[in-house]
Ligand binder design. Structure first.
Ligand code: ZN
Length: 183
């Protein structure tokens, strides 16, 4: 197990278009790429992230890992089993969008309200090189859009329409998290 260093905003690697993976490199199960994928999963878990894209650990490569179960920062969302996506592409973005509070391991302590399509179609390969195609909705659709943005040099700030809805975690909890109106 190895926990990798997370690249923070300002690191140019986060703004590059990530390179496609040569699927042949997945074939060697003891190979460097498979080890790297294991390290990405370890890093995501160690940092308590819901997803991690390879550029976030200083490697400009089209690999994303996801996993979600009872994360403190996203209470009440449905779970996502550990998933590895290689060369993922999204299409069929729904016109319908919903606003949700996002955070990012590369933006450390920030939370921002981001509009995202409520459904998308994902095409990718898994870590064995097998094709994945699925329709994603809800929280999974949001996580996919966030992580795959990282492969295209984008962070959630770029998707925000109103920067007054950007907050530090502590202020988010104090001023924005009150869901029930006070009557
Ligand atoms: Zn992120």
């Amino acid at each position: 197990m190895a926990v990798l260093k997370v690249a923070k905003l300002g690191n140019p690697v986060l703004r590059q278009i990530a390179k496609q993976v040569d699927l042949k490199e997945l074939a060697d199960l003891q190979g460097e790429l498979q080890n790297f994928i294991d390290d990405m999963i370890d890093t995501m878990r160690e940092e308590d992230g819901v997803g991690l894209a390879a550029p976030q650990v200083n490697r400009s490569l089209q690999v994303v890992v996801l996993e979600y179960e009872n994360n403190e920062r996203y209470p009440g969302e449905s779970s996502i089993p550990v998933t590895v996506l290689v060369n993922p592409v999204l299409s069929d973005y729904s016109e319908e969008k919903a606003l949700g509070w996002e955070s990012c391991l590369s933006l450390v302590d920030f939370r921002g309200l981001v509009p995202r399509s409520t459904s998308v179609t994902l095409k990718a390969y898994d870590r064995k090189g097998d094709k994945i195609e699925k329709h994603a909705t809800g929280f999974e659709a949001v996580v996919l859009q966030h992580e795959i943005d990282h492969l295209n040099g984008k962070v959630f700030l770029d998707r925000m329409e109103d920067l007054t809805q950007l907050a530090y975690q502590e202020e988010f909890e104090e001023f924005w998290l009150k869901k029930d109106p006070v009557l």
